[in-house]
Ligand binder design. Structure first.
Ligand code: SF4
Ligand code: SF4
Length: 166
């Protein structure tokens, strides 16, 4: 399914998902990178060397979730927009999902954005907690959305321009 649709299966995701205990401790990266391609900016940019690709640059990255601080550097460097930062440590029924975004217009913090799953299916209007604009060195923006915790492994995009206040 991944090869024909580009959408990972539950089994694919199970191989790269941080453990539940780690997710509850604070923000952590999840690399949804399943194709063997010559690419390594994620590993090269990680300040704590938490991402490993190995000697063959075609291998898919693996993340040491205990080392990862959830800083998000790798997310902004990934040309495949394949890295997400998940935070389930808020102590309530919500989670934060930080995702890469390369469209305009950007939403504003406090607005609600239509959130989508990996296949583009609408999951609901959820609050934009933070917007980090790209800059001249890195054009990738990042959007942080506050979602119901049960959707932290589902929300992976927002629909560009579908923003509303409240
Ligand atoms: S979020 Fe930060 S610490 Fe974690 S893997 Fe990415 S760059 Fe490394
Ligand atoms: S930078 Fe992105 S596309 Fe490249 S290996 Fe890392 S996760 Fe995969």
């Amino acid at each position: 399914m991944l090869i024909s649709t580009g959408i990972p299966t539950k089994e694919d995701l199970g191989r790269v998902m941080p453990p539940v205990q780690r997710l509850a401790k604070g923000p952590v990266a999840m690399a949804e990178c399943f194709q063997k391609i010559p690419c390594n900016p994620c590993a090269a940019s990680c300040p704590v060397n938490a991402i490993h690709i190995g000697e063959d640059i075609n291998e898919c990255p693996t993340i040491d979730f205990d080392l990862c601080t959830g800083c998000g550097t790798c997310l902004t460097k990934c040309p495949g927009l394949a890295i997400f930062i998940i935070d389930e440590s808020r102590g309530d029924t919500t989670a934060l999902v930080r995702l890469p975004f390369e469209y305009l217009p950007l939403p504003e913090a406090g607005q609600y954005a239509m959130c989508l799953d990996r296949a583009g299916k609408e999951l609901g209007w959820f609050k934009v907690a933070r917007v980090i604009r790209g800059n001249s060195r890195n054009l990738t923006h990042t959007i942080c959305v506050e979602v119901p915790r049960e959707l932290s492994m589902e929300v992976r995009n927002i629909r560009e321009g579908s923003y509303r206040n409240g």
